[in-house]
Write a protein that binds this ligand. Structure first.
Ligand code: HEC
Length: 465
């Protein structure tokens, strides 16, 4: 027999099931249709039950073929399958009983009919759930009704994404691995619905493992059940997530592997784990360039670049077609305020400025104030106190300010309150992080991250370009 026959027969299952449904209902109606001569319809009832039985078994066979061919997980279909077989067997028994007693009013026959009707209804409903999803019927009900009756309202998770300018600070597990599990696994591995007794909603539940024990092997992390199942061929019945569900993209799988490889830490950041930017860059929030102002600037002459690079600055165009620049003193860590004066000819071009680890002081702020297209300013590990931070209110495109391990305190940060564009300030390990309670920070017009853990120095902080 040609190979395609089986999958083809399997796919007729959703069609064929309607035959036993129709015949069974028809037989039951005939059996209980009120009439004077009880046995008038008996031959028809028998024939209807015979057809019901034959088509019910045919439906079972096509169902089992479908299950085998399409790689459904057994847990997903087991109730539907068991009840489907039960329905067919009940049908057969009822047929034999009617034949034996030559009547439809025997108590055994009443019980048989009741079981048949129930199992048919439930099997059909479970089958519908498989093809249309479990919330197909309930999701059209008003939300209040859904909650009252406890129909689960599917949690929605945003696709995993990460901040391009602060990705190194992201916690590997909380901000990367868990969101990937939420997206791909949580629908079947949560507190209410824990397939294989495995819950993947938190560190604790992940460590508990499933019915076959731990899913993270700490000694040989790359052989962990968690990843092994994801790496099985799609057709394998143990493949996770099951074939018919959304599959994680390659880069998501790569990040989980990287997390296991880096030692399955729950505290480390991406930076500490030594993750390369290539692994995360595809998750950077889209339209990245849209945060940069639109400018009408002539591209700079190569000579200007050469001269500044010669002085020790790292300068990079954001893209080949876009004139704005990223400027950093990463290789020029003894840069003083006056060294920065040589940036005067390109001030309007600078949109990312990183002076981390340099010797600049508050006196550099007026020069920075002239960078009209600045969007990201990094002053990590500098002596900056922020006494004249109100000047930065003139930087009408500034979105992010990085002040980790600088000397900025609450009063000086307050000078930036109601800044026209500032959205986020990173201020780990500053006097600010110590003196302030988190509630106080909420009064500011921008978000402040102070963290409550030691921020490590990142591999990229000292990377030489
Ligand atoms: C559509 C539902 C569904 C989704 C989505 C899903 N799983 Fe599963 N998972 C199951 C079922 C059903 C079982 C139990 C059957 C089995 O053991 O094969 C299971 C079992 C497991 C087990 C074995 C647990 C044990 O101890 O036996 C692991 C590990 C697992 N899943 C990991 C994952 C991961 C990782 C993801 C996301 C990338 C995921 N699953 C997504 C349905 C799902």
């Amino acid at each position: 027999m040609p190979l395609f026959i089986f999958p083809l027969i399997g796919r007729f299952h959703p069609l064929i099931v309607h035959l036993p449904i129709g015949f069974i209902l028809f037989a039951l109606i005939l059996m209980y249709y009120p009439r004077k001569d009880k046995n008038l319809l008996l031959p028809t009832v028998q024939f209807a039950l015979l057809l019901s039985t034959l088509t019910a078994f045919f439906a079972c066979i096509t169902g089992i073929i479908l299950y085998n061919q399409e790689g459904y997980a057994f847990d997903t279909i087991q109730n539907h399958l068991i009840l489907g077989i039960l329905t067919a067997l009940t049908c057969l028994s009822l047929y034999l009983l009617v034949k034996k007693y030559q009547s439809t009013s025997n108590p055994k026959i009443h019980i048989g009919s009741a079981i048949l009707f129930l199992s048919l209804t439930i099997t059909g409903h479970l089958g519908g759930n498989l093809t249309h999803g479990e919330t197909y019927l309930t999701e059209v009900l008003p939300e209040g009704v859904q909650e009252t009756f406890g129909f689960k309202i599917q949690e929605q998770f945003e696709p995993f994404s990460i901040d391009a300018d602060a990705w190194e600070q992201a916690l590997f597990f909380d901000e990367v691995v868990q969101p990937i599990l939420n997206q791909n696994c949580r629908s079947c591995h949560n507190e209410k619905n824990s397939k294989g007794d495995l819950i993947l909603t938190s560190k604790e539940s992940l460590l508990e493992g499933g019915k076959n024990g731990e899913v993270i092997f700490h000694k040989t992390p790359l052989e962990s059940e968690l990843i092994k199942r994801m790496l099985l061929p799609l057709d394998h019945e143990d493949h996770m997530p099951p074939k018919e569900k959304r599959q994680p993209v390659e880069a998501e799988v790569a990040l989980i592997i990287a997390w296991l490889h880096a030692g399955t830490s729950f505290e480390e950041t991406l930076g500490q784990s030594g993750i390369s930017v290539d692994l995360v860059s595809s998750f950077f929030v889209k339209n990245e360039t849209s945060i940069y102002p639109e400018v009408q600037l002539e591209p700079l002459e190569e000579d200007v670049f050469k001269e500044l690079k010669g002085k020790g600055f790292f300068i990079e165009k954001l893209s080949v077609t876009f004139p704005l620049l990223k400027v950093s003193t990463i290789n020029f860590t003894n840069a003083e305020n006056q060294d920065l004066e040589s940036l005067e000819p390109i001030l309007a071009y600078i949109t990312i400025l990183d002076l981390s680890l340099s010797n600049v002081t508050d006196d550099i702020i007026p020069l920075i104030g002239k960078m009209e297209n600045l969007t990201v300013l990094k002053l990590n590990e500098t002596k900056i106190e922020g006494q004249n931070f109100e000047i930065l209110k003139g930087n009408a495109h500034l979105i992010q300010l990085h002040l980790t391990k600088s000397m900025v305190n609450r009063d000086n940060l307050g000078k930036l309150n109601s800044h026209p564009s500032l959205q986020k300030v990173f201020a780990y390990e500053t006097p600010l992080a110590k003196e302030i309670n988190v509630e106080k920070l909420k009064e500011l017009s921008f978000k402040v991250e102070v963290g409550n853990f030691e921020l490590p120095s990142l591999p990229t902080d000292r990377m030489k370009y």
